[in-house]
Write a protein that binds this ligand. Structure first.
Ligand code: ADP
Length: 397
């Protein structure tokens, strides 16, 4: 196993007149890892990243780079920043010189390299990010993706050991995002330790060697992505969602389909699992039923009584008013987005569910369930709250 390059021991940080943004964080990052800090906005990811090159100093605890505590005098910081390159979320804030060449040359020039050495460093860095020939361009002649690459080149020209990216794909279109993630992979293959922050689970899950889930200034879980994202409870605590492939994997398992093989990180993993699974026998339970409670029509008091008698039922709410009513009644909601599909999935596992909704949404729910029936041939019963069907839980023939 490679040696540790960055270590945090119980670090804390509070912004002046602000919240405590980092609340007792400890971790080890090893050389040549690909680390994703994943959490919602405000989790403290950016603040933590700025500590890695000494831009922010913890109020307490210890941060070590290459086994040495980080020191904050200007000489030590200069050395640290040569070894830890930081790519800001917004390249417009990072690119400051009038031309790409001058911008990328800024760091090596400040290191006191000769003109020939600076030129070699710029050529190497621009080549690495695929911007050869862009030397004379001005920043406003660059696309979003090119600006990002130019900012990365500026950091690479210092030949750092660790590259830190705050939200590397923010503002980029899907193709541009894929390009940048591929570039990060290349840099990692070339021996760099790469650390990114993101709130995008689908971006982090297949990319990282290790994911650090963060929320409210703390680490919720750190592990290989299959395990870090593999526990729905931790994912919920970090205010994230399960990666789609993992959700699908669990859904197939819950339906009694014997999914052999590992938790899928990629579509290919998933395909392997599915191919294996089709060789096994499947069980198809009798579908559960979906009950609709129309908050514009049905009686709230009756609902609360009904829920007391159906404690194991899953509940979802569609629409702001329905969610508001559930909150007012302190109702536990299992689903607040993608509600119809989630209830269909429950039904396919033989489980019943209840959707709190408004008059205008009732028809939409019927349409979605009906279109599912047409696609799949499986009929799922949707009944209105208070109707005789709702009382027999769909279990009678
Ligand atoms: P993330 O990168 O996960 O979105 P941040 O590190 O930006 O989170 O923010 C963590 C917390 O610190 C948030 O509550 C945010 O409002 C607060 N914060 C961030 N920057 C400042 C600042 N300059 N002054 C005061 N509070 C800040």
């Amino acid at each position: 196993m490679s040696s540790v390059i960055l270590e945090a021991r119980d670090i804390r940080y509070r912004y002046p007149r602000g919240l405590e943004a980092i609340r007792g964080i400890s971790f080890h990052i090893r050389k040549n890892e690909k680390i994703a800090l994943v959490g919602p906005n405000g989790a403290g990811k950016s603040t933590l990243l700025t500590m890695f090159n000494g831009m922010t100093r913890p109020d307490s605890g210890l941060l070590l780079f290459d086994n040495q505590p980080i020191r904050y005098n200007s000489g030590s910081l200069r050395m640290l920043r040569k070894r830890v390159g930081f790519v800001l979320q917004n390249p417009d804030r990072q690119i400051i010189a009038p031309t790409v060449y001058q911008d990328v040359a800024f760091g090596p020039t400040n290191l006191g390299l000769t003109e020939t050495e600076v030129k070699a460093a710029v050529t190497m860095a621009l080549g690495h990010v695929g911007l050869d020939g862009f030397e004379r361009r001005t920043p406003h002649q660059l696309s979003g993706g090119e600006k990002k690459r130019a900012a990365i080149a500026g950091v690479l020209a210092m030949d750092p050991d660790v590259l830190v990216f705050d939200e590397p794909t923010s503002g980029l279109d899907p193709a541009g995002s894929e390009d940048i993630m591929e570039l990060l992979d290349e840099l990692n293959h070339d021996g760099k330790t790469v650390i990114i922050s993101t709130h995008d689970v689908e971006l982090a899950y297949p990319w990282a060697n290790r994911a650090i889930l963060m929320a409210e200034g703390k680490i919720i879980r750190e592990d290989i992505p299959e395990l870090a994202f593999g526990n729905p409870e931790f994912v919920r605590m970090a205010h994230l969602s399960l990666p789609m492939l993992l959700e699908l994997h669990y859904e197939l398992q819950k339906r009694g389909l014997p999914l052999l093989g590992k938790k899928p990180r990629t579509v290919l993993d998933m395909m392997n699992n599915i191919e294996t699974m089709f060789r096994e026998s499947c069980t198809n339970p009798r579908p559960g039923q979906i009950t609709l409670f129309n908050i514009d029509r049905d009686n709230r008091k009756t609902l609360l009584d009904w829920l007391m008698a159906h404690t194991s039922i899953s509940t979802g709410a569609m629409g702001t008013r329905a969610k508001q009513q559930a909150e007012n009644d302190s109702m536990r909601l299992d689903f607040t987005y993608g509600v119809i599909d989630k209830c269909i999935l429950k039904a396919l596992r033989g489980e019943d569910s209840l959707i709190l909704t408004t008059e205008s949404m009732v028809e939409r729910i019927h349409q979605r369930v009906d279109s599912y029936r047409k696609e799949s041939g499986t009929r799922i019963s949707v009944c209105l709250f208070g109707s005789p069907d709702a009382e027999n839980d769909g279990k009678q023939p």
